[in-house]
Design a protein around this ligand. Structure first.
Ligand code: PGA
Length: 255
């Protein structure tokens, strides 16, 4: 059976001391207040803090993820961080295809395919983000857009590799806007994605794939979102910067 996961994407927030404080607070709260061991907890701090944070938290309980990686394995690529480097620091997962990276850094399906493959080759799990823009939803193209994003990248993987992928559905209009997709809108898209996976890889893999929702998820709406049968947790931006809110979201599952 698939696992519920709550992943915190810290984005470009926290200086060194703030990162240590936040990670320590999350570590303490998860230890004391999260009773359900089956809920996976992930935090994705900025690259520069990864090594430090992995010494601050119990990495048996809290999985450390990166927010991106290079699309090339190594070489003369000034400023880039490779998947292999991340793996050597104990990073277990990498967020790929976040809408901010697609929009501001021009990431294409082609670059993402390379990154997904490198992450898998280095024994980490891709957290693959997809989601439509507001105009795409308003013109009723949201299913088509998400389908294309998934088909062009993670559906090119072998069955064995696809099993390691975590999908995050993040409608762009809901990210950082305070505007959340309703639980029904999230469920509708998650069900659609699971159906696509079933058609491509069969029902066992579809049932085992964790599909996260992301976009203004917070303690006040997490419970309703997570109560939906195909919503297996969240990719949390803003609310992951507050240990209390993040822990409350982790504790929002009924199932
Ligand atoms: P948000 O961000 O929770 O701040 O809307 C979510 C994300 O971008 O992953």
């Amino acid at each position: 059976m698939r696992k519920n996961i709550v992943a915190g994407n810290w984005k470009m927030h926290t200086c060194k001391d703030e990162a240590i404080l936040l990670a320590s607070a999350v570590n303490k709260k998860v230890k004391e207040e999260v009773k359900n061991d089956n809920t996976g907890v992930v935090i994705a701090p900025p690259f520069i803090h990864l090594s430090l944070i992995s010494q601050v938290v119990d990495t048996e309980r809290i999985c450390i993820a990166a927010q991106n990686c290079a699309s090339e394995p190594k070489g003369a690529f000034t400023g880039e961080i490779s998947a292999r480097m991340l793996q050597s620091y104990g990073v277990k997962a990498v967020i790929l295809g976040h809408s901010e990276r697609r929009a501001y850094y021009g990431e294409t399906d082609e670059t993402l395919t390379k990154k997904v493959n490198l992450v898998l080759e280095n024994n980490m799990r891709p957290i693959f983000c997809c989601g439509e823009k507001l105009e795409e939803r308003e013109s009723n193209n949201h299913f088509e857009v998400v389908k294309r994003q998934i088909e062009n990248v993670v559906f090119k993987l072998s069955k064995d590799n696809f099993e390691k992928v975590i999908i995050a559905y993040e409608p762009v209009w809901a990210i950082g806007t305070g505007k959340t997709a309703s639980a029904d809108q999230a469920q509708e898209m998650h069900e659609f994605i699971r159906k696509l996976i079933k058609e491509k890889f069969g029902s066992e893999i579809a049932e085992n794939t964790t599909i996260l929702y992301g976009g203004s998820c917070k303690p006040s709406n997490a419970q309703e979102l997570f109560s939906k049968p195909d919503v297996d947790g969240g990719l949390i931006g803003g609310a992951s910067l507050n240990a209390e809110d993040f822990t409350a979201i982790i504790n929002s599952f009924e199932k």
